[in-house]
Ligand binder design. Structure first.
Ligand code: FAD
Length: 240
């Protein structure tokens, strides 16, 4: 089975394993690029030594390379070695927006925006200008407004050499979005027994983080080092 192609899909019609069968009305595959550009955590799934494994990671994604997602990590870990081998990979990116409660058990739900992408990764070799460009752009994606040389020291070549970067070429993707309130019978009737409603929990539409004023402060409430309630040096020094 395939879903209809649109100019926005950017990829061929989906094969059966990637097409959305459950709740097809929630198919937002055309929005996959925007969802990947907004997401923060990629759950990266692959088969290692015959065993499925899913590892949470940060990632880089930019609209000018809509079929490519970048992942980085230490050069010596099994994760990056495995990804760079060109093995098949499945990546999930999810934004959880709301908890949805209903007058009926079955109709409790969540509002979400998510993408599932399939592809294979290849190493971005040391020395290629793409490596530094992508790693710098990745920091800017997570911390808009932070500028190398002003807000932080650029990575010296030894640190760049210790960082593996892979480019995941996306072969298929799907995107799915649930919005709105509970769909149970009587959920709209306040005179019926029980309660129904929506609890915002995420960065849903209208709840996007504030833009960074000068490289510091990102989510509302973020504190920089040296400000009251700010993180300790040790916290800031945590590395993967
Ligand atoms: C939100 C988030 C973002 C991250 N971003 C990155 C990133 O961009 N790059 C990066 O290299 N690492 C990142 N990490 C750490 C990453 O999840 C792995 O812990 C790390 O990459 C080592 O993976 P590995 O498979 O090589 O480790 P190994 O130590 O070889 O993994 C062995 C086993 O340990 C368990 N394990 C590994 N990682 C985790 C985990 N995070 N939570 C629970 N169990 C685990 C699994 O069972 C795994 O099979 C991130 C973690 C989180 C939570």
């Amino acid at each position: 089975m395939t879903t209809s192609a649109t100019p926005e899909r950017l990829l061929p019609a989906l094969p059966a394993h990637a097409a959305i069968h459950a709740h097809p009305e929630r198919d937002r595959t055309a929005e996959a690029p925007a969802l990947l550009a907004a997401g923060l955590v990629a759950h990266v799934g692959f088969v290692d030594d015959g065993r499925p494994v899913v590892i949470p990671m940060t990632y880089h994604y930019a609209a000018n390379e809509p079929r490519r997602l970048y992942l980085h990590g230490g050069v010596n870990g099994r994760l990056m070695r495995h990804l760079a081998s060109g093995a098949p990979v499945c990546v999930g990116v999810t934004e959880l927006d709301d908890l949805v409660y209903s007058r009926t058990a079955l109709n409790h739900s969540v509002n979400y925006r998510s993408v599932v992408a399939y592809g294979r990764a290849t190493a971005v070799q040391p020395g290629l200008p793409e490596r530094e460009r992508v790693l710098t752009a990745m920091i800017a994606r997570y911390f808009p407004g932070r500028i190398p040389g002003r807000d932080y020291a650029p990575a010296p070549s030894a640190q760049l050499a210790a960082t593996a970067l892979v480019a995941l070429d996306i072969e298929e993707w799907s995107a799915k979005v649930r919005t709105g309130g509970p769909n149970g019978p009587g959920d709209l009737d306040p005179l019926l027994p029980g309660t129904a409603g929506v609890v915002p929990v995420g960065r849903g539409p209208g709840r996007e983080p504030a833009a960074a004023p000068r490289g510091g402060g990102w989510l509302p409430g973020t504190r920089e080092l040296g400000t009251p309630g700010g993180p300790s040096v040790a916290w800031c020094g945590v590395r993967w």
